[in-house]
Design a protein around this ligand. Structure first.
Ligand code: CTP
Ligand code: MG
Length: 232
């Protein structure tokens, strides 16, 4: 059984609005994407890495990130698409013949740990599909479309999905193909598998596995790195 990590890193980072897409921005001097890749590089559970980058960034990713930071498992770097889902589909097309399990993880979550990857993989190996997720702790409100009404959403049973999300290769490939054929666009990979009626196992994620989405998250991430690397 061979496990491939698929890292979508082809977004534009519009909500952060930086000069470069956020995955290429330095976090305490090291690009976010390099930090994310380093976790998969050093994980014994990962055999290969496919990196999906914006079209035209393949060579710079290879030279400035993969080679420079010694990510030797990342032998395939491919161009993504207009949506995250299209980028994941491009990554799936680039899988090696031997890949039997695929673990998908956003470049924008650089604080993932080898331990969390291992727990999600173990669950996916037995059930075919598993995701990291956190039980929702906040009280949720839904505003009415006119902005005047407010309602409280029942929190019981709600989880916030993270990545990593791991799948048997044949299952995620079929789910992606079906979604494309149906014109369905999901916000995560598991939603495509759920549509097939296949169960997805929830694995308790890690609150420090932050997704860097807005400018404020970048500042929090700098602080997290500073605490994790004392003496910097
Ligand atoms: N992603 C991708 N291809 C896309 C869009 C997103 O590979 N067409 C990747 C991003 O690079 C990121 C992950 O999917 O690692 C999660 O997406 P998100 O946090 O939304 O990043 P962006 O789409 O880049 O940011 P924004 O939505 O603010 O533009
Ligand atoms: Mg996005």
């Amino acid at each position: 059984m061979s496990v491939t990590a698929l890292i979508p890193a082809a977004g534009r980072g519009t909500r952060i609005g930086g000069a470069r897409p956020k995955q290429f921005l330095p976090l305490a001097g090291v690009p976010m994407l390099a930090r994310t890749l380093a976790v998969f590089q050093s994980s014994d559970d990962i055999d290969a890495i496919v990196v999906v980058v914006p079209a035209g960034e393949e060579t710079s990713c290879r030279d400035e990130i993969v080679a420079r930071y010694g990510v030797s498992k990342a032998t395939r770097i491919v161009a993504g698409g207009a949506s995250r889902q299209a980028s994941v589909a491009a990554g799936l097309r680039a899988l090696g013949a031997d890949a039997s399990i695929v673990v998908i993880h956003d470049a924008a979550r650089p604080f993932v740990t080898a331990g969390l990857i291992r727990r999600v993989l173990a669950a996916a190996e037995s059930s075919g599909a598993a995701i990291a997720a956190l039980p929702v702790v906040d009280t949720l409100k839904r505003r009415s479309p006119d902005g005047r009404g407010l309602a409280t959403v029942e929190r019981e049973g709600l989880w916030a999905a993270q990545t990593p999300q791991a799948f048997r290769r044949d299952l995620i490939v079929e789910a992606c193909a079906r979604a494309a054929a149906d014109g369905f666009l999901g916000t995560d990979d598991a939603s495509l598998v759920e549509r097939l009626g296949h169960p997805v196992t929830l694995v308790e994620g890690d609150p420090s596995n932050l997704k860097i989405t807005r400018a404020g998250d970048l500042r929090v991430a700098e602080d997290v790195v500073a605490v994790g690397e004392p003496g910097r």
